[in-house]
Design a protein around this ligand. Structure first.
Ligand code: NAD
Length: 462
């Protein structure tokens, strides 16, 4: 159906005129002084979005995609500069991936039953205004990806971004609103407040106009959302093990694991965090890690020093998260060669640098006496997060056994972890993997309500 742009513009103007909302003086789109004003603005914008055709939503999404491509390097540089995490090259790739492979309105499909008693449809409708909480590790990637999916579903979004990534997050929010305005859509399809905190997040979670909350982050935020009394999509922490058995192509396994583990300095929650290798091939695997994949083997004493810095006082040191291997080695006085990408060592599964989710290129290898032992240790290491796991094996029975035992939202076989989000693998991209609440890899349809529409005894024309 052709878009009536004049009508949309008129609705936008009428709504904006009625709004008495405390907009930020900064000139930045979608930014409000306080959370209540931000929610009010998103609510008004949603009134416009819900009257738009699917075609109009898709045009805005296409413009967002173009702008993300154009701004990929800016986002990457801003993200690294503001958070001190990750690397520019990989972040550029992540933004192009979001632009190319995040599903839009094509993800919203209708299910129909047609028969003697008529026609029944399941239509996917918007929730309204969705509250979204986003992490430091993939700040703009998550906001852009969430926005495309949530808008495709007919929603507008209130973000409470991580305060340590606020500039990068606001740049993304501004860009999305610019895309909407350039296509004749409303401003404030995505919004935030000037100083997001735990308090503003609390306001959002309790607000009557927010029916659904999507939280992407660690265990604290997911638990908070699930305790809010609202419907919550919980995309929580992981600690993905990469199992390698004796049937794998060991040389390729070493290469794939290091490529996945070092991507954006190990920030993605899906990235390999430790290896569990069957004993008969463990030495060969370590050989390839060291000789062909730019890994640096640390001694027991160096492991202790690194543990003291990385897990300072028993808590994850934010200054180490998303740093590259050479920087981490420099923190314990090692001046590693320029090519070094990953820190490796062998240890028991209880080793703190193995058991904890670190989000940095430190890869401990646990030795297993046989495949069953490898599965048992990997399940322990995943800590019941049910998030992501990886395996290198050519034995289908082994792969099946592992898949059933670990029961994760993602299981990548014989490839780097990033194949799971459509990078070198089939399927779509997302940066919100709802591990705790079971939606899995979220997309536009995740952010819709299912509605049954029944026509009794008519419209079946078979
Ligand atoms: P974080 O948990 O520190 O912060 C995430 C967001 O939650 C931030 O906006 C933060 O301000 C907010 N937050 C934290 N505690 C809160 C609470 N009690 N109430 C309300 N809001 C709260 O995480 P981070 O360091 O930014 O990101 C890394 C973590 O997120 C890792 O554990 C990683 O595995 C996980 N993660 C998961 C996914 C996924 O899709 N499952 C994606 C990215 C990151």
């Amino acid at each position: 159906m052709p878009v009536n742009e004049k009508m949309v513009q008129e609705i936008v103007q009428e709504v904006m005129a009625k709004m008495q909302i405390a907009a930020s003086p900064s000139g930045q789109h979608g930014l409000f002084k306080d959370m209540n004003s931000a929610i009010a603005a998103a609510k008004e914008a949603q009134k416009v979005v819900r009257k738009m055709s699917m075609d109009q939503r898709e045009r805005i999404i296409s413009r967002i995609r173009e702008k993300v491509h154009e701004n990929a390097e800016i986002f990457a540089r801003m993200g690294v500069e503001e958070t001190g995490m990750g690397n520019v090259g990989d972040k550029i790739l992540k933004h192009h991936l979001v632009a190319d492979k995040t599903p839009g309105t094509e993800d919203i499909s209708t299910v129909a039953w047609s028969g003697d008693r008529g026609l029944t449809l399941i239509e996917m409708g918007p929730f309204g205004v969705i509250g979204a909480i986003t992490p430091t590790t993939n700040p703009s990637e998550t906001i852009l990806c969430n926005s495309i999916g949530m808008l495709a579903g007919g929603n507008t979004v209130v973000f409470n971004p991580h305060p340590a990534a606020i500039k990068t997050s606001l740049y993304a929010i501004n860009l999305i609103n610019e895309a909407s305005l350039e296509c004749g859509g409303p401003d404030n399809i995505v919004v935030s407040c000037e100083k997001p905190t735990l308090e503003t997040s609390d306001i959002m979670m309790k607000h009557k106009d927010i029916p659904l909350i999507a939280a992407t982050g660690g265990p604290g935020v997911v638990t908070a959302v699930l305790s809010s009394g609202k419907r919550g999509i919980g995309a929580g922490a992981g600690n993905p093990p990469a199992v390698v058995d004796e049937t794998a192509d060991i040389r390729k396994a070493a290469q794939d694991i290091v490529n996945g583990c070092t991507f954006d300095n190990n920030l993605p929650c899906i990235a390999e965090k430790e290896i569990v290798a069957v004993s008969s091939i463990a030495d060969e695997l370590m050989h390839y890690l060291l000789t062909e994949n730019d890994c640096y083997l640390i001694s027991e004493e160096e492991q202790k020093k690194l543990t003291e810095i990385v897990l300072k006082g028993g808590r994850l040191n934010r200054k180490c998260v998303g740093r590259d291997a050479r920087t981490l080695l420099g923190m314990i006085g090692i001046n590693a060669p320029a090519n070094i990408r990953c820190i490796v060592f062998e240890g028991p599964k209880e080793h703190p640098l193995i058991a904890e989710e670190l989000m940095m290129p430190i890869l401990g290898m646990v030795r297993a006496k046989d495949f069953d032992d490898a599965v048992e240790q990997a399940v322990w290491l995943e800590h019941g997060n049910r998030h992501s796991a990886h395996i290198h094996s050519k034995n289908i029975d082994n792969i099946t056994k592992y898949a059933k035992a670990i029961d994760t939202a993602i299981l990548v076989k014989n490839a780097p972890s990033y194949a799971a989000i459509g990078f070198g693998g089939e399927g779509y991209c997302t940066f919100t993997i709802a591990s705790r609440t079971g939606e899995g890899l979220t997309s536009a349809s995740t952010f819709t309500k299912r509605r049954r529409c029944v026509m009794s005894d008519s419209l079946c024309i078979r």
